[in-house]
Write a protein that binds this ligand. Structure first.
Ligand code: ZN
Length: 254
């Protein structure tokens, strides 16, 4: 039974246009897992006030019939993250930590990096993977290559997205897990530039933006612009969208 859609965003490193997103169906691997022990009844954090400005934002998905209400992660539980870093460039841990901190700061969502995994990226990634126990699969951040993850072929530096489903419960759709793939050869070249760390971090932030529910916007002043325009921080439109994505509903059903 299809449980949800995996929406994959992409970021081009050059000026060539790439498809904004692709849609895939993921299958339910088993029964829904129990409510995690670190879930709470109230949000673990709240986003800061949305900034003023003129920049826009778009959501990857919205609730049925409610285009103004995005599909989001449940803010009452931490988003657990595992990292596949066998081929990671030097400084990769810091890049991921800093990018997660920016997304957490803008959304109020709490992330916990559980550690390393030997899981490889896949476009058929199960929302429940036995290797992680009786839980929704944690978010996977994978340092990888176009040979290993063909979605990174061409001028694509990274891919990010999450799988939405109702969790088998009675509540509405929310993100259950997600994945980010990062192109090590492309990002290693960027890291060799004088401003490489900031540029590489911006790619990770862009993909984490997709992960938590932001889609591309046609404005080069926003980090969710589909091409690398030199923007290295979230713009006011990005931040307003991230604010909304931090105000998702809590579901205490699975
Ligand atoms: Zn993108």
């Amino acid at each position: 039974m299809p449980i949800g859609l995996l929406l994959v965003g992409t970021l081009a490193v050059g000026t060539k246009h790439v498809p904004l997103s692709a849609l895939r169906v993921v299958q339910q691997a088993g029964d829904t897992p129990p409510i995690p022990t670190d879930a709470r009844r109230d949000p673990l954090g709240t986003p800061p006030p949305a900034p003023a400005g003129v920049g826009g934002y778009r959501f990857m998905a919205h609730l049925p019939g409610r285009p103004d209400v995005p599909v989001a992660y449940d803010p009452c539980r931490p988003i657990h993250v595992v990292v596949s870093n066998a081929s990671a460039p030097p400084g990769a841990d810091r890049l991921v930590r800093e990018a997660i901190r920016e997304v957490s700061r803008a959304t109020g969502l709490v992330f916990i990096i559980d550690g390393a995994t030997d899981e490889l990226p896949s476009n058929k990634r199960p929302v429940q993977d036995r290797r992680y126990g009786d839980r929704w699969s944690p978010v996977l951040v994978a340092w990888t290559t176009p040979a290993q993850d063909p979605r990174l072929r061409g001028r694509v530096a990274g891919i990010g997205g999450s799988a939405a489903g109702n969790g088998g419960g009675t509540g509405g759709p929310r993100f259950l897990t997600g994945a980010v793939s990062l192109d090590v050869p492309a990002i290693s070249k960027i890291l060799a530039r004088p401003d490489g760390h900031q540029q590489a971090r911006a790619i990770v932030m862009h993909e984490l933006g997709h992960l938590v529910g932001l889609a591309h916007v046609p404005d080069p002043r926003e980090l969710m612009y589909p091409k690398n325009s030199g923007q290295v921080t979230f713009g006011d439109g990005d931040l307003r969208g991230l604010h909304e994505l931090g105000l998702g509903r809590c579901y205490f059903d699975t």
